[in-house]
Design a binder for this molecule. Structure first.
Ligand SMILES: [Cu+2]
Length: 148
């Protein structure tokens, strides 16, 4: 009797544990489109378009597609510690990556190519940007909020 009670209690605990694990880490994805005037002549400035402005903390899979017909683009994911502004070098026309809290990147996507990256993100503000010379300054930066 006691052994059986212990067994069923243990089983219930195990069930609960697997339940909680799957509920705590839902699959989240963020679709990213990298665009410029070769994507559509109506696009005046290079840009990063994302399908969600905010997600929850945990695993996020970034799925980037370079929709340019002529240019290489990339996506870097960094903590936004400067209210949307990243340290910039006017000479190289690029963000100074060594001074950025960088979490990952999908680098150098040729026109039409796609790339994927999964990160485990904590609550906070993040910036997605392209760091090919001139692209960040032209507008290839967007904000992503991670809620608790
Ligand atoms: Cu770019």
């Amino acid at each position: 009797m006691t052994a059986r009670l212990f067994e069923s209690t243990l089983y219930a605990v195990l069930l609960c544990a697997s339940c909680a694990a799957s509920a705590a880490s839902p699959a989240q994805s963020l679709r990213i489109k990298l665009q410029d005037s070769s994507t559509d002549p109506a696009i005046a400035h290079m840009r990063i378009v994302i399908d969600h402005d905010a997600l929850k903390s945990g695993r996020v899979t970034f799925e980037a597609q370079n929709q340019s017909k002529t240019l290489v683009h990339e996506v870097l994911i960094a903590r936004d510690v400067g209210a949307g502004k990243l340290p910039f070098n006017a000479k190289t026309d690029r963000v100074i990556e060594s001074r950025v809290h960088r979490l990952g990147e999908i680098s150098d996507l040729a026109p039409g190519k796609t790339g994927k990256l999964t990160l485990n993100l904590k609550p906070g503000s993040y910036l997605l940007f392209c760091n090919l010379p001139g692209h960040y300054k032209d507008g290839m930066v967007t904000k992503l909020t991670i809620a608790p």
